[in-house]
Every structure is written in C-alpha cells, then in structure tokens.
Design a protein around this ligand. Structure first.
Ligand SMILES: [Mg+2]
Length: 266
C-alpha cells in the first residue's frame, strides 16, 4: 500500500486519535533532531522539547524514545523526566515503570570485544572514520570519510567481523553512513515496542494506542510490529516502508506533535 503524507490525512486521523490514550515510540536522530555531521552535536530543539513536555502533561500520552545511541547518551540528550528511554535499539531500557537490560550471550560479548580491538585500529588509519563503543554494540561511523576511503573502511568492517558473523555471534547492519555491529540476538526495536506496550497497560484498562515515528532501517521492525494496531510514521521523503504514513522532515514531526497536543482539551 502506498505511504500517505500524514498532514494531508490529519483531519480524518484526528477523530481516531482524540478518543484514545496513546503511547508514542520515537526515534531520536533524524526524527526528533536533524541529522548532523558529528553525532555528538545532535540536540533537541527548544520547541521540540516543549511539545514533548506538553504531550506528557496531557496525561493521556506516554512517550518512549528508543535510539541506537547508548541509554546514557539518549537520556542525557533528551533529558525529560517521565519519558522511557531505550538505548542500543532497545537492548537497554529504563523509565518510570521499567528497567531492563537484554542478557547478551557471553560468546557475543567476547566477539564484540575482539572486533572492537581490531576494528578500532583499522579505522583509525582511515581519515574521517571512527569506531564508537556503545557497550552492548559498536558503530563504525563513516559519515566523514572521503569517497576513496569508503571501500577500504567497508572492507575493514567485513574483515574484522567475518569469523564472528560466520559463527552467528554477531550481525552487521548497514545504517546511515555507518555500520552497526550487534550481538546476534532475537531482540529489536519492534520487540521492545511490543514489550513496553504490554508493560504500560494498566490492568483492566484499555491498551494505549501505539504511535511509532522513525526514519531508519531499525524503525522498520517497529513499524512491522504495530502496523495493524497503531499509527506508523516514517520520517523522510516517501519510500518503500512498512509505515502507513510519512512526514517529510523533523520540522513536520514537530508540527504534528503540536497538532496532537491540541486535539484534546485538558
Ligand atoms: Mg534515526
């Protein structure tokens, strides 16, 4: 089915949304904050912060921000109390009603440690490339690598991870001008969303409606998980996606949250 521009369909959606409690599952980079050359410089704008706080205050909106960053990083960068934070795509989660850390198998942990040592060295020889150690995962950042260095960097990632991938200990996922190196486990953003949704349901009360917003490949798992039972929104130019709706950019996400905050009087 074709992906629809959410703001064009807003009037119809508004009615559906107005009579339910919502659970917002939000990505950070490229969704709440524009993509920047140096991931360390990504910030939440004042307006976006205000909108999120307002949604929390309504009392009918719960929010979880789940990112590929570490839990500590994402919590510090958003820094709003009352939000549930998920780091490493949901491998570590902490919020008002949850605290969770996925039990990574020892073999995968050792494999990541081995890759970290080899790849850190290999990438440091390529201008613009660097390896980020995110505890439970690794990211090879290639955003600032010149064209000629890209193949060399990709080769280095492939070499360093090869034996461990063959043994099924780790997986390598291409991201936004980066490679994510993760333990090979049956856990992803989609499972995290379903798990949080379950946890966030008060016994005897109606389950909140999930609303998922994201821009990356990892968000597709979340879109797939709730496609039939909630609202799924891809951020970026329309493309092949599991989401039913799209918003063009971070500015439109902010506008959407503004509208959402106004559909019900407190
Ligand atoms: Mg993203």
């Amino acid at each position: 089915m074709e992906v629809r521009h959410l703001l064009e369909y807003w009037e119809g959606l508004k009615m559906d949304l107005a009579c339910r409690s919502l659970y917002l599952f939000l990505d950070f980079d490229g969704t709440l904050s524009p993509i920047v050359r140096d991931p360390g410089q990504a910030v939440l704008s004042l307006r976006m912060r205000r909108r999120l706080k307002k949604l929390l205050r309504t009392g009918w909106c719960k929010i979880a921000v789940i990112s590929g960053r570490t839990l500590e990083d994402i919590r510090g960068r958003v820094g709003i109390a009352g939000i549930t934070y998920g780091g490493n795509h949901g491998l570590e989660v902490e919020g008002p009603e949850v605290k969770f850390r996925y039990p990574v198998p020892e073999k995968a942990g050792c494999a990541l440690e081995d890759v970290r040592r080899t790849l850190d060295k290999a990438l440091s020889a390529i201008p613009g490339a660097f390896l980020e150690d995110k505890g439970m995962t690794l990211t090879a950042h290639l955003r600032n690598v010149k064209r000629g260095g890209l193949l060399i960097a990709a080769h280095a990632v492939s070499e360093a991870t090869g034996p461990h991938r063959m043994r099924g200990e780790i997986v390598v996922c291409p991201g936004r001008e980066a490679f994510e190196i993760r333990p090979s486990v049956e856990w992803n953003k989609g499972k995290t969303v379903l798990w949080l949704l379950e946890k966030g349901t008060v016994a005897g009360r109606e389950r909140p409606w999930p609303l998922c917003v994201g821009d990356d490949r990892t968000d597709e798992d979340a879109f797939r998980a709730i496609r039939e039972r909630g609202l799924t929104v891809f951020v970026g130019p329309p493309r092949q996606t599991q989401a039913r709706y799209y918003l063009k950019n971070v500015g439109e996400v902010e506008a959407f949250f503004g509208k959402l905050g106004r559909i019900r009087k407190r």
